[in-house]
Write a protein that binds this ligand. Sequence first.
Ligand code: FDA
Length: 401
Amino acid sequence: MGTNLTKQNRFDAIIIGAGACGLMCAVQAGFLGKRTLILEHNDKPGAKILISGGGRCNYTNLHTTANQFISQNQHFCKSAFAQWTVEDTITFFETYGINGAEKTLGQLFPESGKAKDVVKVFTDLCEQLDQEIRLNTKAKAITPIKDGFTVSYERNGKSNELYAPKVIMATGGLPISKLGATDFGMRTARTLGLTVTETAPALVPLTITGKQQSWYEQLSGSSIFSRVWNERASFEENILFTHWGLSGPAILQISSYWKPGESIFIDLLPNRSIVDIILQENPKQLLQTLLSGLFTKKFAEALGVYLPIQKNLASLSKADLQNIETLIHEFKVTPAGTKGYDKAEVMRGGVSTDELSSKTLESKKVPGLFFGGECVDVTGWLGGYNFQWAWASGFVIAQNI
Ligand code: FDA
């Protein structure tokens, strides 16, 4: 097994991973006249792009700022977002035939509603720009040598290695191994002496177990517009009851800020006061009737476990009102855990931002080695933010290889 350096195998950089970051990096490098090779162990590029946003790909968010990202260094992503803005994402895709349609909260999807159109932009451009995507090829090790790296890989059961002066780790995060997720980026970082911050599933449903579970189970399928918060963050969107606990956008969002053992709180009637409503309504009305009007009959009945729903409003005591107020506006939930990486949209944590230049995303300890996308400790909210980070980091790296 020797380093194979035929003309065909001469690349300015080898990119590991044909996901959002790797594909954008290859294309942008191509625009600059640089030749890259992407190694991808799946049999197709962009597996996560294809299933993202329910197959429609929420490819950016109009409101992107550093505030929608979780990282040990909140400022780290600012340089990349200044170099590649949301406007740049929109213009890039428009140039190649994808117009954006805004859904809710600044989330942009292709007008066609097809994530595969997004992947096609990259595969077409890679072909035009002579950027090779080598599929069914698993990177096994990155070894720094004089003036570059050897990249060991496995293809069709055979091991081989390549040389490149620069290597880009665009290997993504840990969610959904059946889509190709691996820990290769983080493992390589550790092997080369780089710090990796603690990783955990994020944008992930939360589970409830024990005596509480059947209460959630009976409400499975019910959705309520709520404000969900803990001491670190607060989100106003729908929550969804499921057989095993809670999901829906507001829960996914708070899950990124949740740690095992902690509670979260839910305001089931945000921006209104349940006590004010009770005091204004017909006093002969049953509490259950009032709650059925504000929520659903099913939910009002389920609240009977906690509240005196058979009382009429006039007969509610001060203590009842206090209890109702707390339950509706500060519903406390202590999740047992998360649904894990198989159901997570993203990974929290990753290669420490301390290890990388925020301007170039190059490793400070291993010159020539770059990290971008989800394998870096920069985790976005739900709503197109993670792709904006993947595109921006891919662009930045392409400028610096
Ligand atoms: P990505 O995971 O895209 O690519 C990494 C690539 O590296 C993969 O193709 C993998 O196979 C490959 N790889 C790994 N190890 C390898 C090895 N050793 N050798 C060769 N190849 C290797 N975000 C968003 O902004 N809007 C959305 O709508 C959604 N929707 C969504 C839905 C679902 C179900 C999920 C799971 C995720 C999302 N996301 C999202 C998140 C988004 O998909 C994610 O943040 C980006 O794809 C990250 O891009 P990367 O390029 O970093 O990794």
